[in-house]
Design a protein around this ligand. Sequence first.
Ligand code: ZN
Length: 245
Amino acid sequence: MIKVTVWNENCKECTSKDVLKVYPEGMAQAVADFLSLNDDFSVRAVTLDDPEQGLPDELLNDTDVLLWWGHGRHGEVSDELVTKIYNRVMEGMGFIPMHSAHFSKPFKKLMGSSCCLQWREDDRERIWCVLPGHPIAEGFGGDYDYLDIPQEEMYGERFDIPQPDELVFIGWFKGGEVFRSGCCWYKGRGKVFYFQPGHETNPTYYIPGIQRILTNAVRWAAPTAARQAPTAPHAKDIPEAEWNK
Ligand code: ZN
């Protein structure tokens, strides 16, 4: 069972009439709903307004993959919580920041860069898969390895991130801009996947291809080994009798 937590800051914009029209139960719930269709996922949806900013230790320590959507309240997330999330990733937790979470404190701490980009609302996007063999791209294929999003906010280069370890998707916008829309990094024992689509007034998270990518991303980001804090033990010699066992 993969234990998934979907975190949303619940910003003023996210609870406005325009957003509630698209996501009546909130965005975190909409993402949790389609992830819950997988029998091997156990999914919880929380918000910044819940006790302990939505992530008490018991929940964070019980999370294999954390999805994060934030926009206007990044600054309210406590540095203490950010450090805990960072440490959990180092121990093996998967972390999936979505859309405007490019400016979230946990993502910026993991990247070590400004994570700035250029943006414009009311555009349309075509997402191209550039790494079809990657587990997150599973399901892409055929003549055209792309996915259209009829309405999406433009995020454009340059995106101030460290070079991704794996670049899975590139977004193109009708204004001509391009963007590294799906990027993977390996951090400590954990994995990070940033996924750009998901502006709050667009019904992006209902698009089957988007749901497929995020579902694949949860499976990819789930820990594959026992979680463990980084250690620096003194290494003993391996006796020759133990070699080539
Ligand atoms: Zn947006």
